[in-house]
Design a protein around this ligand. Structure first.
Ligand SMILES: Cc1cc2nc3c(=O)[nH]c(=O)nc-3n(C[C@H](O)[C@H](O)[C@H](O)COP(=O)(O)O)c2cc1C
Length: 372
C-alpha cells in the first residue's frame, strides 16, 4: 500500500532485530533502567542507555559505570557512550561489551552541553567529520560483530544543517561500519527548543543504505504514523513525549497495526503505574546494594534505608510526570515535592488515588478569585 507507515522490524547485521520500529530515545536523568523497562513492557521496540563518558568508564567512575547496568532491560538493548578520542572510545566500547554485554554499542554525536562539546565530543563531532569517522571506525573494529550505531543532530546551526552536514556525517559513519543512524532533527544551536527539521532527517534516510531512525517532536500515535509514512525512516525515536507516558508506545503499536488506539489511562491507572514505578526502583536499588560486597555485612534495614535514599532522586521527576495534567495535580505535585523518602512518595500517590477530590478541592482553593 503506498504511503503505508512501515512497521517492519529493523535488522542490524545478522544478530539484532528490533521488532517494533518505535524506540525510546535516551535521556540523561530520565531513561534509567526502570523507566526503560516500563517503556519496553508498554511496547517500545528498543532503547539505549543514556550516554556515559568513555574515559570515566575506563577509570571505573561508579556513577558512570552504573549507567551501563542492563539488568532490567529487555533485549535488544544498546549502551551509549561519548568521547572525542578514537582510541579511548575504542577501549571504552570494548569495556562496555565485556562488562555490560549490550546487543548494540551506540555513539553519541548529538549532545549539545558545553561540558561535552568543549571536549570535542557529542554534537561538536558534527563539525569534525574526520574525527567522527575515525571514532566510528575504531569502535566498529572493537565491538564487531555486534553492531555499532550513531546518534547525530542535523547540524551545529542552521547554516551547517543547510550545507548538508548530517548527510555527510551519516554517510561517513556508514562507510566506517555504522549499522543504524538516529537523527535528532534539531541543530546544536537549538538545543531542545524550536521544531525538529524532518526534511533533513528524510534527506539522511534517503542517503544511506542502513536503517535511519527519525527523532524529534513525536508526541502522539498520529505523529509517529505520519513520520513513518512520510520520512523514509525505518523507525522513530521518542524522547520527551514518553516522560510519564510509557503507555504511548502501546498506543503507537496499536496504530501501526491498524487497531483502535487505546485512550490515555485515567488517573487511577496512572497512579497505579506510579506506585509500581516506585516499588520497582526501590527493589532495583536494593538488588544493586546487595550485589556490592561492601554491603555484605549491612543489616537488611540499613540496605532498605540506603535504597530508599538512592531511589528518591530517580523517582521524583517520574512521579511528577505521571500526575501532570490530572485534576488535583498541582496540589499533588506540591505535596510530592516535599517527600523525603521513596516510601513517602508511595504514600502520597496512594492517598491521591484514594482521595482525588481532596487534592482537587485544595487545588481550587488556591485559585485566587478575580477582583470584582
Ligand atoms: C533531559 C534530556 C536528556 C537527554 N540525554 C540524551 C542522552 O544521554 N543521549 C542522547 O543521545 N540524547 C539525549 N537527549 C536527546 C533525546 O534523545 C532526543 O534526541 C531529544 O529529546 C529530541 O527528541 P524529542 O523531541 O522526542 O524529545 C536528551 C534529551 C533530554 C530532554
Amino acid at each position: 500500500m503506498p504511503n503505508a507507515p512501515s512497521s517492519a522490524p529493523i535488522r542490524l547485521g545478522n544478530s539484532v532485530t528490533i521488532e517494533v520500529p518505535v524506540l525510546l530515545a535516551p535521556m540523561a536523568g530520565v531513561t534509567d533502567g526502570v523507566f526503560r523497562s516500563l517503556c519496553r513492557e508498554a511496547g517500545a521496540g528498543y532503547a539505549t542507555t543514556e550516554f556515559a563518558r568513555d574515559e570515566a568508564l575506563l577509570r571505573g567512575v561508579r556513577q558512570q559505570v552504573d549507567l551501563t547496568d542492563l539488568r532490567l532491560d529487555a533485549r535488544p538493548v544498546g549502551v551509549q557512550i561519548f568521547g572525542a578520542n578514537p582510541d579511548v572510545m575504542r577501549r571504552a566500547a570494548g569495556w562496555v561489551m565485556a562488562t555490560a554485554a549490550p546487543d548494540v554499542l551506540d555513539i553519541n554525536m548529538g549532545c549539545p552541553a558545553p561540558k561535552v562539546t568543549n571536549g570535542q565530543g557529542g554534537s561538536s563531532l558534527l563539525r569534525d567529520p574526520d574525527r567522527a569517522e575515525a571514532i566510528v571506525r575504531a569502535v566498529v573494529a572493537e565491538v564487531s560483530p555486534a553492531p555499532t550505531t550513531v546518534k547525530i543532530r542535523v547540524g551545529w546551526d542552521d547554516a551547517h544543517r543547510d550545507a548538508g552536514i548530517a548527510v555527510e556525517v551519516a554517510r561517513r559513519a556508514v562507510d566506517a561500519g555504522a549499522q543504524m543512524i538516529t537523527v535528532h532533527g534539531r541543530t546544536r544551536q537549538q538545543r531542545y527548543e524550536g521544531v525538529a527539521c524532518w526534511d533533513t532527517i528524510a534527506a539522511v534516510a534517503a542517503a544511506v543504505p542502513v536503517p535511519v531512525i527519525g527523532n524529534g517532536d513525536v508526541q502522539t500515535p498520529a505523529d509517529a504514523v505520519h513520520r513513518l509514512r512520510t520520512s523514509g525512516c525505518a523507525g522513530v525515536a521518542i524522547g520527551r513525549g514518553a516522560r510519564g507516558r510509557p503507555w504511548l508506545f502501546g498506543q503507537i503499536a496499536a496504530a501501526l497495526r491498524g487497531d483502535p488506539v487505546p485512550p490515555d489511562p485515567e488517573l487511577p491507572a496512572r497512579l497505579a503505574l506510579g506506585l509500581d514505578h516506585v516499588r520497582r526502583q526501590v527493589a532495583f536499588e536494593i538488588a544493586c546494594l546487595e550485589d556490592d560486597p561492601a554491603n555484605a555485612r549491612k543489616a537488611r534495614a540499613t540496605i532498605e534505608e540506603l535504597a530508599d535514599g538512592r531511589a528518591l532522586g530517580h523517582l521524583l521527576p517520574h512521579v511528577m510526570w505521571y500526575v501532570w495534567g490530572a485534576p488535583g495535580a498541582n496540589e499533588a505535585r506540591r505535596v510530592l515535592s516535599k517527600a523525603r523518602t521513596a516510601v513517602e512518595l508511595a504514600d502520597i500517590l496512594a492517598d491521591y488515588a484514594a482521595h482525588p477530590e481532596a487534592y482537587h478541592r485544595r487545588d481550587d482553593a488556591r485559585v485566587v478569585p478575580a477582583r470584582a
